[in-house]
Design a protein around this ligand. Structure first.
Ligand code: F6R
Length: 608
C-alpha cells in the first residue's frame, strides 16, 4: 500500500526519486521520505503529509547524489508523523531502509533489540528491521539483510542502502511486490512499474524470498538461502501517457472517460461471432473441462467483489452453474468446501491484494484449479494462477476503481457466455450476447455525454449526509458499487440494498433529506422496482432513477431520470454503473474532497 522507489546510476537521483514517488503516491499518501547518498554520508529527509511537502523541504538542498531510496507511506503501525515516516535509519545513520508490508513479530524483535542495547525511537514495526540489519552487519550489506530477514515473520518489500556501500541498493521481497528496472548504466527498484516507466520498460519482478543486490551496472538476485537466481527480463507494455492525467482534472475522471476504450480492449479478439462462443484461451481449459465444472468460486475484495457478484447472476442463469462469491478475507479463514471439479477465480485489479492472494493460495493448496481475472500484467496473482483472463484496462491510478470494474464485468460476461455455450445456451443466444457486447463501448460513450446532466443533479444533493442505492437482480451489485464509489470519495454515508429489502429496515431512514438512487431498467423486475420507488415517494424520499431510454412513464414517478441505452439484460450493469460513477465524482468535487486520493485509503491493499 506504500510506495518504494530506489535509484542507482550516474544521473542525479533526487529528481528521479521524487518523480517516481509521485507516480506511486496513489498507493499511499500520508507521509513521505527520501534517503540520499552524499559526500558527508546518508542524508535522510522526511515529512508528514504528501510528497509535495517533501519537495518543499528539499528545494533548498539540491543534494548532488546519484544513489538513493524513497518512500510514500500508508500508515499501519504508528501515526503518519515525520518520525514514523520512512526511510528509517540505524543509530549511526549509516544504514537506511524503506519498507512496505508488516513485520508481524516486531514486538519480539523489539525486546531482542532493546536487550542488545538499541534505542527504539518510533512506533513503527519497520524500525526493528533496520536495527536488525545493523546487528547482523559484518561488512557485507546483502549478507546483513539476508541474516536479518531470516529472523523476520511477516510481509515485506524493502530497499536498503548504506553509506558504507556507495552505489549499492539491496532489495528484498516477501509478499509485497518489488520490481527492478533495467536502464542503461543505471537501475531502479520500485514497488510498481509506474515509478520507472519514464526510464525503462525492461524489468525483472522479484519473487517472494528473493534478495537483489543492485548497482549502476549490475544486479544479482539470490534467494534468502543464498541460491543464485537467473533473472527473467520482461517488457512492460504500459506507456507513459497511460499514467498521466492527459488534460483531465483528476485521474478518476480520465479513467471514467477511458471506459469506451478499455471495454473495447477487454473484448478485442475474444468475440467469435460465427459460433457465438467467446474466445478465452488464457483460461487454459478445454471445452470438456468447462463442461465438467461443478461450481465456480469468485473471491475478491471491494469493487472487484461487486464485479464477482454480477458474474454470479450472469453465470448461474446463462450456464446453470452454481457460483459462490466470497470476500477473500472471509474465504481464507472459513474452511470452505471445495470439490475437485470446482474452479476458483481471484478477481483483482492490482493482482496484489493480500487477502485475495491468500485466498487464492489457500484454494491452490486444496487442489482446485485457480484462475485469475486480473488487470496488472506480471502481478503476483497473474504469475501464481494456473491461467486466467487479463482485463486490459491499463493502469488505474485513481484510488476509486472505475474502468477496472467495467472491464472485470465485461470479462465475466465473456466467461458466462463461454460456459453458457458449453452447457445450454443456443448458438443464436450466444451470438446475440456477443453482438450486444460489441455495442457496449459506443453505448458507454453515449452515456458519458450525460455528465453535465448528472452534475446538475449532483448540485442538488451534494450536501446530503446519507444516500441510499437500490437495485434488483443483476443491478443489485451495481447499487452496492454506486454506494461504495460515493462513500469512498465524498465521505457521504451511502448504502446499497436490494430494492425489496428496503422495507425490512432501511425504509425507516427515508425522508425528504434522503436521496435514493434507484436502478429501474426495463427488465423482468421493472414493475417490482416501480413499486419500491412508490414506497420511497410515499415517504417524501427524493428518487434519482437510472432508466432505460424510451421509458417516459418513469419520469412522472421520480424526481430525476438519467437514461441509459437498451442492451442485453445481462450486460446492463456495464451501462447502469456509468452515471453512478459520474455522480460520485461530481459530488466529491463539489465537496472539495481529494478525489484521486481519498482519506484513509490507498490503492492496492497489500496488508491483511
Ligand atoms: C474501491 C476499490 C477497492 C478495491 C479493492 C480490491 O473503489 O478500488 O474496493 O476494489 O481494494 O482491489 P483489487 O481489485 O486490486 O484486488
Amino acid at each position: 500500500m506504500c510506495g518504494i522507489v530506489g535509484y542507482v546510476g550516474s544521473r542525479r537521483a533526487q529528481p528521479i526519486l521524487l518523480k517516481g514517488l509521485k507516480r506511486l503516491e496513489y498507493r499511499g499518501y500520508d507521509s513521505a521520505g527520501i534517503a540520499m547518498f552524499t559526500d558527508s554520508g546518508l542524508m535522510v529527509t522526511k515529512c508528514a503529509g504528501k510528497i509535495s511537502c517533501l519537495e518543499q523541504l528539499l528545494t533548498g538542498d539540491p543534494a548532488d547524489s546519484t544513489h538513493g531510496i524513497a518512500h510514500t507511506r500508508w500508515a499501519t503501525h504508528g501515526e503518519p508523523t515525520e518520525l514514523n515516516a520512512h526511510p528509517h535509519a540505524d543509530e549511526k545513520g549509516e544504514i537506511a531502509l524503506v519498507h512496505n508490508g508488516i513485520i508481524e513479530n516486531y514486538r519480539t524483535l523489539k525486546e531482542f533489540l532493546l536487550q542488545k542495547g538499541y534505542h527504539i525511537r518510533t512506533e513503527t514495526d519497520t524500525e526493528m528491521l533496520v536495527h536488525l540489519i545493523r546487528f547482523n552487519y559484518k561488512g557485507c550489506l546483502t549478507e546483513a539483510v539476508r541474516n536479518a530477514l531470516a529472523q523476520v515473520d511477516g510481509t515485506y518489500g524493502i530497499a536498503v542502502m548504506s553509506s558504507m556501500h556507495p552505489g549499492v541498493v539491496v532489495a528484498a521481497r516477501m509478499g509485497s511486490p518489488l520490481v527492478i528496472g533495467l536502464g542503461d548504466g543505471e537501475h531502479l527498484v520500485a514497488s510498481d512499474v509506474s515509478a520507472m516507466l519514464e526510464h525503462t520498460n525492461k524489468v525483472v519482478y522479484l519473487e517472494d524470498g528473493e534478495i537483489a543486490t543492485v548497482t549502476a551496472d549490475d544486479y544479482r538476485i539470490t534467494t534468502i538461502q543464498n541460491v543464485q537466481i537467473t533473472p527473467q527480463i520482461e517488457e512492460v507494455t504500459w506507456t507513459l501517457d497511460q499514467i498521466e492525467k492527459g488534460g483531465y482534472d483528476h485521474f478518476m475522471l480520465k479513467e471514467i472517460h477511458e471506459q469506451p476504450t478499455t471495454l473495447r480492449n477487454a473484448i478485442r479478439g475474444r468475440l467469435n461471432f460465427e459460433e457465438g462462443i467467446p474466445r478465452l484461451n488464457g483460461l487454459n481449459l478445454q471445452y470438456d473441462q468447462l463442461r465438467k465444472i461443478q461450481k465456480v468460486i469468485f473471491t475478491a475484495c471491494g469493487t472487484s467483489w461487486h464485479a464477482g457478484l454480477i458474474g454470479k447472476y450472469m453465470i448461474e442463469e446463462l450456464a446453470r452453474v452454481a457460483v459462490d462469491v466470497e470476500y477473500a478475507s472471509e474465504f481464507r479463514y472459513r474452511s470452505p468446501i471445495l470439490g475437485k471439479n470446482d474452479i476458483f477465480f481471484a478477481i483483482s485489479q492490482s493482482g496484489e491484494t493480500t487477502d485475495t492472494l491468500a485466498a487464492m493460495r489457500e484454494a491452490k493448496q486444496r487442489g482446485v484449479t485457480v484462475l485469475g481475472i486480473v488487470n496488472v500484467v506480471g502481478s503476483t496473482m497473474a504469475r501464481e494462477t494456473d491461467g486466467g483472463v487479463y482485463i486490459h484496462a491499463g493502469p488505474e491510478i485513481g484510488v476509486a476503481s472505475t474502468k477496472a470494474f467495467t472491464s472485470q464485468v465485461m470479462v465475466l460476461s465473456l466467461i458466462a457466455g463461454l460456459l453458457g455455450r458449453m452447457r445450454q445456451l443456443s448458438p443464436q443466444a450466444g451470438q446475440e450476447l456477443i453482438e450486444a457486447m460489441q455495442k457496449i463501448p459506443d453505448q458507454v460513450e453515449k452515456i458519458l455525454k450525460s455528465s453535465d446532466q448528472v452534475k446538475k443533479i449532483a448540485e442538488q444533493y451534494y450536501r446530503a449526509n446519507n444516500f441510499l442505492y437500490l437495485g434488483r437482480g443483476i443491478n443489485y451489485p451495481v447499487a452496492l458499487e454506486g454506494a461504495l464509489k460515493l462513500k469512498e470519495i465524498s465521505y457521504i454515508h451511502a448504502e446499497g440494498y436490494p430494492a425489496a429489502e428496503m422495507k425490512h429496515g432501511p425504509i425507516a431512514l427515508i425522508d425528504e433529506n434522503m436521496p435514493v438512487v434507484v436502478i429501474a431498467l426495463k427488465d423482468p423486475v421493472y414493475d417490482k422496482v416501480m413499486s419500491n420507488i412508490a414506497e420511497v415517494k410515499a415517504r417524501n424520499g427524493n428518487v434519482i432513477a437510472i432508466a432505460t431510454e424510451g421509458d417516459t412513464e418513469i419520469a412522472e414517478r421520480v424526481n430525476h431520470v438519467i437514461y441509459i441505452p437498451e442492451t442485453n439484460r445481462f450486460l446492463t450493469p456495464l451501462l447502469s454503473i456509468i452515471p453512478l460513477q459520474l455522480m460520485a465524482y461530481h459530488i466529491a468535487v463539489m465537496r472539495e474532497c481529494h478525489v484521486d486520493q481519498p482519506r484513509n485509503l490507498a490503492k492496492s491493499v497489500t496488508v491483511e
